[in-house]
Design a binder for this molecule. Structure first.
Ligand code: ZN
Length: 247
């Protein structure tokens, strides 16, 4: 079994297409999506269609919820609010219904003795609060909130992993690592459609439970194509320019 872990696609069809091409080449069995399928980019329906058909498990993100009017937009920037409104008007009823019924948090009991995984968009302690896990301090708090060996999270758009072993906590520095059987992990695969770690390439993760390997993968995609669509849709110019900067 090989899982592809994707998050924060944000209506970027060019990026998710490049990621699915790479997943196919790597012989992925199942795809897990950690939310924020929509918001920011110009192709919300196309991204929903693709992920609904291709992903085995999907959880709700704050921009998905915001576009449907299901969460407060108080913490959203003015720009994000305007895109949520545009996205809500653009989504088909079929896609709205699909997003509306996504869970906030989900446990996946894998086949062939895989350990049960936890998946959530923000943080496992209080999913509807959409908290970020940006620091070791945040991670230490969140490790207390779940008991699974692995929790995959999205939301920050920054690929980053944390490990807990014998009550000691660390950041995992390498993008490719082997899970220790007696350690627990919080793993963020980064963002497919709007990376914010100054690397403009789409980010995602590969997880192989049998040999306990995790790898953060980056792929180039047609950034110019995605930018042009954002401008053509009349969405804020910054949403196009930031894609090339990875921020
Ligand atoms: Zn996001």
């Amino acid at each position: 079994m090989v899982y592809g872990i994707i998050s924060d696609v944000h209506s970027n069809l060019e990026a998710i297409t490049a990621v699915f091409d790479e997943l196919k080449q790597r012989g992925i069995d199942k795809t897990i999506c950690l939310g924020d399928v929509v918001g920011y980019g110009a192709n919300p329906n196309e991204c929903c269609d693709l992920i609904r058909e291709s992903a085995s498990y999907v959880v709700l993100g704050n921009h998905d919820a915001g576009s449907l009017g299901l969460t407060s937009l108080r913490s959203f920037s003015k720009m994000a609010v305007s895109v949520c409104q545009w996205t809500g008007q653009t989504l088909t009823d079929k896609n709205k219904n699909w997003l509306k019924n996504l869970p906030l948090i989900k446990e996946i009991v894998g086949a062939h003795g895989c350990v049960p995984l936890l998946i959530v968009h923000g943080a496992p302690g209080n999913p509807p609060q959409w908290q970020y896990i940006l620091s070791l301090k945040n991670a230490i708090t969140e490790f207390q909130a779940f008991s699974n060996q692995i929790c995959f999270v999205g939301h920050s758009h920054i690929p980053c992993s944390f490990v807990e072993r014998d009550n000691r906590y660390n950041i995992v520095e390498s993008p490719k690592f082997t899970l220790k059987p007696d350690a627990r992990y919080i793993i963020n695969p980064g963002s497919v459609g709007q990376p914010r770690d100054k690397d403009s390439r789409a980010s995602f993760a590969i997880y192989e439970p049998e040999n306990r390997k995790v790898e953060i993968v980056r792929v180039s995609y047609d950034i110019k194509g995605a930018q042009q669509k954002i401008l053509d849709a009349g969405l804020p110019e910054f949403l196009a320019s930031r894609l090339a900067l990875g921020k």
